[in-house]
Write a new protein. Structure first.
Length: 202
């Protein structure tokens, strides 16, 4: 379990670090209230990445829990179940520090001295969903406060990512066992509809 957590943490750092992109970096939301952002978020969709999707790993039931600390940092606990290893749980803990006046850009450290970027590029006014990316646009996560994300929220989250130059065709839905199957189908239909609209604009 410790080895799995270490590898998961290493991969998360690599993901948050982003990759080179000649375009201007994506814009972040400007202001994030860390007290309201605290708590557990469910991953609804992501760009497939090696530390969550690989020959021996497929992360499902992915959650991220954030806990503000008195020193101003934020405790991070990421969990998932590996569908390719009998659902074994993988847990990675980290510390996040604000890297912007509005707390919309964080630096996440799973083990010192390595840190990665966590940029909030979309956020529901009522903190019901969030979109997290990296400066290089090689990584993207759509998060929700509930395991089954309402279709309208999913569309809004995707649109926030699209406006910042993220390729929605790369998105893959994350299985959440607590979500009703019909909710997953609705999400897939809406995602395809938005991707079709994106291609039409192109």
């Amino acid at each position: 379990m410790k080895r799995l957590a270490f590898l998961f943490s290493l991969g998360l750092l690599a993901g948050c670090a982003g990759a080179f992109d000649s375009r201007p970096p994506p814009e972040t939301v400007g202001q994030v209230d860390l007290a309201r952002y605290a708590g557990t978020w469910y991953e609804i969709a992501r760009y497939p990445v090696s530390f969550q999707d690989g020959p021996s790993r497929r992360c499902e039931d992915v959650t991220a829990t954030y806990t503000p600390r008195p020193d101003g940092t934020v405790g991070v606990v990421n969990r998932c179940r590996n569908a390719l290893d009998q659902g074994r749980e993988i847990v990675a803990e980290a510390t996040a520090r604000s890297a912007s006046p509005g707390n919309d850009r964080l630096r996440v450290t799973f083990f010192w001295p390595f840190a990665g970027d966590y940029w909030v590029i979309g956020l529901d006014p009522d903190y019901r969903w969030a979109v997290v990316g990296a400066p290089g646009r090689d990584y993207l996560w759509i998060l929700s406060r509930t395991p089954a994300m309402p279709a309208g929220h999913f569309m809004a989250a995707q649109e926030a990512a699209r406006r910042q130059g993220f390729d929605l065709r790369r998105l893959a839905l994350t299985r959440q066992s607590q979500a009703a199957p019909q909710a997953q189908r609705f999400e897939r239909l809406d995602r395809n509809a938005l991707q079709g609209a994106t291609r039409a604009k192109d």
